[in-house]
Write a protein that binds this ligand. Structure first.
Ligand code: KG4
Ligand code: ZN
Length: 391
């Protein structure tokens, strides 16, 4: 089979995934098993995640190979997520990848999960080779802003220029959804329901979500040293809006209705369901206008806050394009608001396909491609790095 095939393996959180990608961009297969068990607990339980990965990893890799129509001897390398993520969960993917690479005599490539999310976009969007780009990685575990600079034809260098100081945006979505009696993960439900409410922009005043801009802008020195000195940061915060929602619920005595909704979702078999059109139609009668407006207001505040920090950072650092990735990048209002602001700023913008927004192994194989070209292989002593940073 022509081209260079990389098998990617991802197991950092609650998705077990394997994918075969040709030359860093052509997805031959991308199999994702989401662990439904966590919906019983309203959040990811680390011990259960490891056990589920252990159960799924062999059949998922086999399925990815089968769907791609390849055998191990067709592969050029095995790529695996090194971190950040849950230690036990990462260990399953890494142990399997190491054993496979050793057994099949293939090089092993370690990939940072966050770089994976960035490549979920870059694998399909070249931005006409423009650089630097401003990347927002926004999911249940991360809300990070990176300045991504192209160093060579294929390779990138990252610099963190902002992050959440408390909850990740997806985490805030999930916690508020749980607070309102909605299924886990709550982000997709909140997104679907927000469209049926009206955002009250006075409910979560912007001032409540503080924009944290810190650092010194460089004096006007020679351009290179000015860049080195410029440490302006665009940090964010999402725990305030979560607390404000809880306070609203208490103040307006919404708890009995929330408990009733939780029971109704269970009775209707919706407590583990995804909000597709049918499920949404069945769920909507369980939501009053006040709750729908609250959801719309929450979403509006979160999206506008993310957009403000991203575009301010892009402008400050002279980004030539914007990319948004991670689970929350699937959000419909976020895509709309970001697309409009990018058009106004005259900047190209790109999102991953919905399938590549959430955790998957295709993005890991794609991020491994430049490392393969640079012969940047991992030692066989590779271990999980749960707190791994990018940039
Ligand atoms: O990237 P991902 O699959 O896993 C992490 O690394 O966290 O992201 C999952 C997160 C969850 O918090 C989920 O609620 C959120 O992304 N999410 C959404 C949407 N789809 C997924 N949040 C808002 N709107 C959506 N449409
Ligand atoms: Zn992720």
């Amino acid at each position: 089979m022509p081209g260079t095939l990389i098998l990617g393996i991802e197991s950092s959180c609650d998705e077990t995934s394997a994918a075969v990608v040709r030359d860093g961009h052509e997805v031959l297969s991308n199999v994702v098993a989401s662990q439904l068990i966590h919906s019983n607990y309203g959040g990811v339980v680390p011990e259960l995640a490891s056990r589920e990965h252990l159960r799924a990893i062999v059949p998922i890799v086999r399925e990815a190979m089968l769907r791609a129509g390849v055998v191990y001897s067709d592969l050029a390398a095995v790529a695996v997520t090194e971190g950040p993520g849950l230690a036990g969960a990462l260990l399953v993917g890494i142990s399997f990848a190491k054993a496979l690479a050793f057994g099949a005599d293939l090089p092993l490539i370690a990939v940072n999960h966050l770089e994976g999310h960035i490549h979920a976009v870059l694998m399909n969007n070249e931005f006409d080779k423009a650089s630097p780009l401003l990347a927002l990685v926004v999911s249940g575990g991360h809300t990070h802003l990176y300045l991504a600079t192209r160093t060579h034809e294929q390779t990138w260098q990252y610099r963190n220029v902002g992050k959440t100081l408390d909850d990740a945006a997806g985490e805030a979505y999930d916690k508020v959804a749980k607070l309102l009696g909605l299924p886990y993960p709550g982000g997709p439900w909140m997104d679907a329901l927000a469209a049926h409410g009206t955002a009250d922009t006075t409910l979560f005043p912007f001032a409540q979500i503080k924009q944290k801009v810190t650092g010194n802008t460089a004096p006007k020195l020679a351009r290179e040293s000015a860049e080195a000195l410029d440490d302006m940061r665009f940090d964010m915060s999402f725990s305030g809006i979560k607390t404000a929602t809880r306070r609203y619920v208490e103040l307006h005595k919404m708890q009995p209705a929330i408990a009733a909704r939780e029971r109704a979702f269970r009775d209707l078999g919706l407590h583990k369901a995804k909000p597709d059109a049918t499920n949404l139609a069945r769920a909507l009668p369980q939501l009053d206008a006040e709750t729908l407006n609250l959801i719309a207001s929450f979403q509006n505040a979160v999206v506008k806050n993310l957009a403000r920090s991203t575009f301010n950072a892009a402008q400050h650092y002279g980004a030539r394009g914007i990319l948004v990735s991670g689970g929350v990048a699937a959000n419909s209002q976020l895509r709309q608001v970001f697309a409009n602001m990018a058009a106004t700023a005259g900047l190209p913008i790109a999102f991953p396909s919905i399938a590549l927004s959430t955790d998957n192994a295709a993005m890991i194989a794609a991020a491994a491609w430049p490392k393969f070209l640079a012969r940047h292989f991992a030692p066989d002593t590779l271990e999980p790095t749960p707190q791994l940073r990018l940039g």
